[in-house]
Design a protein around this ligand. Structure first.
Ligand SMILES: [Zn+2]
Length: 340
């Protein structure tokens, strides 16, 4: 099964570039930028990665990205992720980034988008991996700060494919960003939003993301399994879900906890599997996450192929490119005698 997963052509949609910032690179960037980190070494830094909920994770995550200051830092970050992804047979990735956090430290938007864009072009030439970029609004910062980031990015919108919404959901419902999403859609960008699992008012947030933000995808979204009405709405809209089993694999329910991947598959929802913030989750990238998800949710080879088919169908790419990727997946399935 591990070999099957490793060899399968894959796509990834829910990966935060800042969440791929490995401890080794933090030390290297800190050295380059003349910063001192409060850890003796890489091992000590990794030992500090202890979290019990979303806010405790985010505190470490935002602290970690302070070493990203120059255009070349963003280049190195994106290039390292894309090299790793290509080595795992990921043919295509759409990557999140959180520009507000960088603007706050005085890094210009041009350096952030410029560095990542240069890395995307080089990685495609070097490794054949194709990718696009999704600007995420940091939902626990002000609506004004999010609008300023969007306005700073729109002149470079040719380097973006869409906008998303991430960070601490508590008290920050999707509706807070309705104007931002409308503006992004009017500019021709695609839209997606995090609905983290087991959050306050989660079903209402899922509904707002679908109805008010008019999303094409929901990142996480596992609690939808508690609402037959929302499941029906998601199916009518043909929505895709980017589930990250490491962080959001289980929904707390009154009875037994619900296995999100299994539940979505059984409900006929378009589920995809993604790595989220691999550097902060034991350096488990997509292959490792899929191996874990396969065991956790007892996925068959046929279901794994179905999940990757969903992934290529979720991609914000031309139909011609989609056909090309799906053809590769089909021929892989035939090689392994998996019925498609
Ligand atoms: Zn996420």
């Amino acid at each position: 099964m591990a070999r099957f997963i490793a060899e399968m052509p894959k796509a990834e949609f829910h990966v935060h570039l800042e969440g791929t910032l490995e401890a080794e690179m933090k030390f290297a960037l800190a050295r380059r930028n003349g910063l001192t980190l409060p850890y003796a070494d890489v091992a000590a830094m990794r030992r500090s990665y202890v979290y019990h909920d979303l806010p405790s994770f985010l505190a470490i995550y935002y602290d970690g990205m302070k070493v990203l200051l120059q255009e070349e830092d963003f280049y190195d970050l994106a290039h390292a992720y894309l090299a790793k992804a290509a080595s795992q047979n990921i043919l295509y990735a759409e990557m999140f980034f959180d520009p507000q956090e960088h603007l706050k430290r005085g890094v210009p938007m041009e350096a952030v988008i410029g560095g990542i864009t240069r890395a995307r072009a080089d990685a495609e030439k070097q490794f054949g991996i194709q990718s696009q970029l999704i600007l995420c609004f940091v939902r626990d910062l002000s609506a004004e700060s999010a609008m300023a980031a969007l306005d700073a990015a729109l002149p470079m919108k040719q380097h973006l494919v869409g906008v998303g919404l991430d960070s601490d959901e508590k008290g920050n419902p999707p509706a807070k960003f309705a104007a931002h999403f409308a503006k992004a859609r009017a500019a021709g960008l695609k839209v997606t939003a995090h609905c983290d699992v087991n959050q306050e008012n989660t079903l209402d947030h899922i509904r707002q993301a679908i109805v008010d933000l008019k999303v094409d995808r929901i990142d996480h979204g596992g609690n939808i399994l508690q609402s037959p009405e929302l499941i029906a709405l998601a199916k009518r809209r043909d929505l895709f879900f980017t589930v990250c089993p490491t962080f959001s694999g289980r929904v707390k329910s009154e009875g037994q906890p619900i296995d999100v991947v299994r539940g979505m598959l059984d409900q006929g929802l378009n589920v995809t599997i993604n790595s989220d913030d691999p550097a902060y989750m034991g350096s488990e990238y997509l292959n490792e996450v899929l191996v874990r998800a396969q065991a956790q949710s007892a996925l068959t080879q046929q279901e794994l192929v179905r999940i990757e088919r969903n992934a290529f169908n979720a991609a914000w790419i031309s139909e011609e490119r989609r056909k090309h990727f799906l053809g590769k997946l089909d021929s892989f399935a035939r090689t392994w005698d998996v019925e498609i």
